[in-house]
Design a binder for this molecule. Structure first.
Ligand code: SF4
Length: 420
């Protein structure tokens, strides 16, 4: 392992994030924020399972009050795990949650369609955070970059890092240093390159904020765990990464042992107790991820063919089945994501060379599908929109017909391609 990238330390409640501290493990609730009792119960369960930070989505202004109730109830029950508000698109909601929780995750580029206005709003937001002594995460995802940056640099890892640097620079100029940055992607190659580039640019600038590292929309089961481990471990071995989230389309409690395994392996945090098969899978993904992603190896000497196929595909070196992207779900999720994702996987397993996304909501889903060929996106009220690339092609499909329609759509295009 190389020397860790030296970063500043960020304080979130009592939790310290930075190169001088063990890797902090975090997760996110998938309950509806308006369901205060269910969210409190899930937070209690996640805290007991070792979550050091818990993120909760705030889809509307009304949910700011729900978040306040969740926060106050947890504190009154003696649970001190800091909460992170997850904000998308709304500077107004971002401002409103500052007095409520310890940390706020935002993508300032989405504060306003007009970039100059987004900068003004972000400046005001920073002053507000300073006043309340809050921490923030500047969270940019591949696929949700502002139009201005994509037009300038394309949808590339370099564009992601440069976009982040603009907001990093604004924080430095404002004298606000309680900042963590993330550049997630579901494509492991893009994700690793983006973080490396950002680390380099911050070093060059002389101010290095801690990095929140994760693979977004990694999916579930072995594939989700392997995808997360190959990419996160590659960066942690290089000393890049101070807090991690392993996003799985499963119960968020399942994310914690995987993240704890990584935190233990790369920063000496306490080891989780894992079933032997899961430990074998995580170990192999961490052992072989970096050499494959770095193109130091083209193949790996594993006798377990299934595990070998999964690791090679996670590193995008060989594709033996469709590539799946699925968001982990959150308070915005509009249907039973986990069950639907499993049905989609089962129904589409026979296709090759195709990227299929299953996303929980129409607000962020389409933007975050990144390079998916087809997308299944929940609209709400039992309806689904199917996408081809970024275009909605079938809208308002009843949920019980949507998986079949998705299969027909892929099969139709697949046969047209073959007959060309
Ligand atoms: S895409 Fe999924 S995780 Fe992202 S905001 Fe929508 S439901 Fe939540």
């Amino acid at each position: 392992m190389t020397n860790p990238l030296e970063t500043r330390t960020v304080r979130v409640g009592d939790v310290l994030i930075g190169s001088g501290h063990p890797i902090v493990v975090q997760t996110m609730c998938n309950t509806h924020t308006a369901d205060v009792a269910a969210t409190v119960a899930q937070c209690c369960r996640l805290a007991a399972a070792g979550a050091q930070l818990i993120r909760i989505t705030v889809p509307s202004l009304a949910d700011v009050e729900h978040l306040r109730q969740i926060h106050d109830t947890l504190r009154s029950e003696g649970i001190s795990v800091p909460l992170v508000a997850d904000i998308h698109f709304s500077a107004e909601i971002a401002m409103a949650v500052v007095p409520v929780v310890e940390k706020i995750r935002i993508n300032p580029g989405n504060f306003h369609p007009d970039h100059a206005r987004a900068r003004v709003l972000f400046g005001e937001f920073l002053e507000h955070c300073k006043q309340y002594d809050r921490a923030i995460r500047i969270g940019l995802n591949h696929g949700s970059l502002g139009k201005y940056i994509v037009e300038k640099y394309g949808n590339t890892p370099q564009a992601m890092a440069l976009a982040a640097m603009e907001w990093v620079e604004m924080c430095i100029q404002a004298g606000f240093f309680n900042v963590v940055v993330s550049l997630k992607a579901s494509n492991t190659v893009v994700m690793v390159q983006a973080y490396r580039e950002l680390a380099r640019l911050m070093q060059e600038r002389g101010v290095v904020f801690p990095l929140h590292v994760g693979v977004t929309e990694a999916g579930n089961g072995d594939s989700g765990r392997i995808k997360s481990c190959v990419a996160i471990s590659t960066l942690l071995q290089e000393g890049i990464g101070n807090t991690i989230r392993v996003s799985l389309t499963e119960d968020p409690a399942n994310e914690l042992p995987v993240a704890q395994y990584l935190a233990h392996r790369y920063s000496g945090a306490p080891a989780p107790s894992l079933p032997p098969r899961e430990e074998t899978i995580l170990k192999a993904a961490c052992d072989w991820g970096a050499p494959l992603l770095n193109h130091e190896l083209d193949d790996i000497p594993l006798e377990d063919e299934y595990l070998k196929d999964e690791i090679l595909q996670a590193c995008r070196r060989r594709f033996y089945k469709p590539e799946y992207i699925a968001c982990p779900g959150c308070g915005r999720t509009l249907y039973n994501l986990e069950e639907t994702f499993n049905r989609v996987k089962e129904a589409t397993a026979g296709f090759k060379d195709v990227v299929i996304a299953v996303m929980g909501c129409i607000v962020n889903g389409p933007g975050e599908m990144a390079d998916a060929d087809y997308g299944y996106v929940g609209e709400g009220a039992g309806k689904v929109t199917l996408y081809r690339k970024k275009e909605p092609v079938l809208r308002h499909i009843p949920e019980d017909e949507a998986v079949q329609k998705l299969v027909e759509l892929i099969a139709f295009e697949d046969s047209s391609l073959r007959s060309e």
